[in-house]
Ligand binder design. Structure first.
Ligand code: SAM
Length: 483
């Protein structure tokens, strides 16, 4: 495929293209827009996204500019009920897949993140959700183009994934840029794969530049490796569906055993990211020259021949690394013991500038604490019945505001007219005119409980370019000519 919605989303949502339905912060769902029902059961509206904020037939989404706010369909096409019946049949299979995937995850170390929070769209088969959709069927969603960031927060999890704060930092540190060649292992659910594909993309194979010359040599590429058969297969399908097959090459391989050459071809990697349980076992395959064999292994490997000599190596050593550049590496490990083994192997194999980093991302909420039982208590005030009433009234007001945010039913509009929403922009600006901030309580900030980012230990290192006397002569000659 020569076009990817991740790389060239265009201006509008198109039929048969992946889009992201954004319901609210941290709640997004990927959907491929269809203008017809695949099962051809005569639904005129095509596929329908059923959410807790209402139903959104795909035909109402196709052709809209990205970023559009879309109101839920007011027409009850009956699809919700019928869809519900269909999805009910599919549900056990879906659950089974999730359970099997969870059970087959090889990663021996538990990551902190729970996978449960990821379910984005309500499947109307579940009675409770169905009810919710029935009652609040007139909300809205935003229609977004797919990006590595929103794909990470909505992708079907087959393993734990690397989240955006981590991969942004990693890609920056390993110097991923258009034209880079990156090795990635293991690929897992493909979160890092998508982000790195965008980072290195410079064009598609076969494309010519403005002068008509092939860009082949300058193209960026992600060499991805995964040893779990189903995950490898699923990610391979996704890469094709997402039009990234010109940028990502995925190989089914145990990299600790068989290294990183693909069909005897070197990726000539400029950068490497290892998200493996035992990265130190993969490191001996990432050297510039044939790594020294441990003495025990070499005596076992040497096959004595009839004449008493040992078998000579048949194929010359081919490095998976770019010989013309220093190579930047990052490993991602949840446990400090893994870090220790990794760093020990790195030192033996000549890696330098070794550094370990842990990212801890927190989101802060800053606001004024106007009224409230806690607020009074915090300041050492006695909470009187009046302040309790005031706090309750404020709570009710806030709850009402939240509810109306996703509802535009007639009654609510009426109610809004009577009572100005205090969080409305105009109302806030108006209230600022005579505002006495000190009367509104202390300025407080709170840390949100846990932001969805798994914090692992990131180990960075560099393998310098090999430098011979001949290289020095060449460099000198160039330098002298310039002077
Ligand atoms: N980085 C991925 C992402 O962002 O979605 C998640 C990777 S997941 C934590 C680790 C993956 O490494 C698993 O899918 C596992 O099957 C794979 N893996 C483990 N050991 C491997 C090996 N020796 N060779 C190739 N893949 C391996």
């Amino acid at each position: 495929s020569q076009s990817s919605p991740f790389l060239h989303p265009g201006a509008i949502a198109k039929t048969d293209r992946l889009s992201i339905v954004h319901l609210k912060r941290d709640l997004q769902a990927p959907t491929v827009l269809r203008d017809h029902d695949e099962d051809d059961e005569g639904y005129s509206e095509g596929k329908v996204v059923n959410t807790r904020f209402g139903s959104f037939p795909h035909t109402t989404l196709i052709g809209l500019p990205w970023g559009t706010q879309v109101r839920a369909s007011k027409v009850d096409t009956g699809s919700r009920g019928r869809r519900g019946q269909k999805q009910e049949k599919k549900e056990p299979q879906e659950k089974k897949r999730k359970r099997e995937d969870a059970e087959s995850t090889e990663h021996p170390n538990k990551r902190r993140e729970s996978e449960d929070g990821e379910v984005a769209i309500s499947t109307s088969a579940e009675g409770k959700e169905e009810k919710e959709a029935e009652t609040a069927a007139s909300g809205f969603i935003h229609l977004l183009p797919p990006t590595p960031e929103n794909w990470t927060s909505s992708l079907p999890h087959r393993t734990q994934v690397v989240y955006t704060p981590d991969y942004s930092y990693i890609l920056h540190r390993i110097r991923a840029r258009p034209g880079s060649s990156i090795i990635e292992a293991g690929a897992g659910s493909g979160s890092f794969t998508h982000a790195s594909a965008r980072a290195v993309f410079r064009g598609y194979p076969g494309e010519a530049d403005v002068n008509g010359t092939s860009k082949e040599e300058k193209l960026g590429k992600v060499w991805s490796f995964e040893f779990h058969e189903q995950r490898h297969q699923k990610l391979g399908e996704e890469i094709i569906e997402h039009g990234l097959d010109g940028v990502v090459q995925i190989t089914h391989r145990d990299v600790c055993e068989d290294g990183f050459l693909v069909e005897d071809h070197s990726p000539k990697a400029d950068a490497i990211f290892l998200d493996l349980p035992a990265p130190w076992l993969a490191l001996p395959h990432l050297t510039r020259s044939s790594p020294p064999k441990p003495s025990q292994e070499s005596s076992e490997a040497a096959t004595p021949l009839a004449n008493g000599t040992t078998e000579a190596p048949t194929t010359p050593f081919l490095s998976a690394l770019n010989p013309a550049k220093p190579v930047h590496l990052c490993t991602f490990s949840p446990c400090i013991e893994q870090v220790q083994s990794t760093i020990s192997a790195m030192r033996k194999l000549g890696w330098v500038d070794i550094e370990m980093v842990e990212l801890a991302q927190k989101r802060f909420e800053v606001r004024r604490e106007r009224v409230g039982i806690d607020n009074g208590a915090q300041r050492g005030l006695q909470t009187t019945p009046a302040s309790v009433d005031e706090a309750l009234a404020r709570l009710i007001e806030v709850e009402g505001t939240f509810k109306t945010f996703h509802e535009t039913g007639e009654k609510k509009v009426e109610a809004k007219k009577d009572k100005v929403n205090p969080n409305n922009r105009e109302a806030i600006l108006e209230s600022l005119v005579d505002r006495k901030l000190y009367k509104e309580g202390n300025l407080a900030h709170r840390c949100e409980p846990d932001v969805k980012t798994h914090t692992s230990y990131l180990v960075f290192a560099v393998l310098p370019q090999e430098w011979s006397a001949e290289d020095e002569e060449k460099a000198r000659a160039k330098w002298e000519v310039k002077i």
